[in-house]
Write a new protein. Structure first.
Length: 163
């Protein structure tokens, strides 16, 4: 399998996915099977909205299980960082938007863990890619949709996965 179809993530994220898959395949699958069994007992399936809803829920469940299985099977565990003192996967980076004079903090993560609202930026995003490998004190220009933005790297703390 090519590297492009792999999903970069931390070991912690992979463990979370495995736990979620186990829950869906055991507890949740039994709950949905019970809903279908109960709905069947109501009689005529052609006009049984409870049965239709339970079957729809079952379809969603199987889809979610397949999605998580694909993520697990194609997971690529990334190390927390490459070279000490540089921005890498798992680094907590404090930057200053040079134009706006605004300080921001981000943790660089794999795409499956990204959540910009929580300050978790994908290493595949233009911002994440632009910071990788740089040092404190460097100014990095990121090509944003609104145009290039300069960020000064103020601090780098490594090994911040899961925080």
């Amino acid at each position: 399998m090519s590297n492009d179809s792999r999903f970069k993530m931390s070991q912690e994220r992979l463990d979370e996915l495995k736990k979620e898959l186990e829950y869906l395949q055991t507890v949740r699958e039994k709950e949905v099977a019970e809903q279908i069994k109960e709905a069947r007992s109501f009689g005529d399936l052609s006009e049984n909205s409870e049965y239709d809803e339970a079957k729809t829920e079952q379809g969603k469940l199987y889809s979610k299980i397949a999605e998580i299985q694909a993520l697990i099977e194609n997971a690529q565990i990334v190390e927390s960082h490459t070279v000490e003192g540089t921005v890498g996967h798992g680094s907590l980076v404090t930057v200053r938007d040079v134009e706006m004079d605004e300080m921001l903090k981000y943790t660089i993560v794999g795409g499956q863990e990204a959540n910009p609202a929580e300050g978790r930026i994908s290493d595949d995003s233009p911002f994440g890619r632009g910071l990788l490998g740089h040092l404190v004190g460097e100014t990095v220009t990121i090509d944003a949709p609104a145009g290039p933005i300069d960020f000064e790297i103020l601090a780098i703390e490594n090994n911040h996965m899961g925080e």
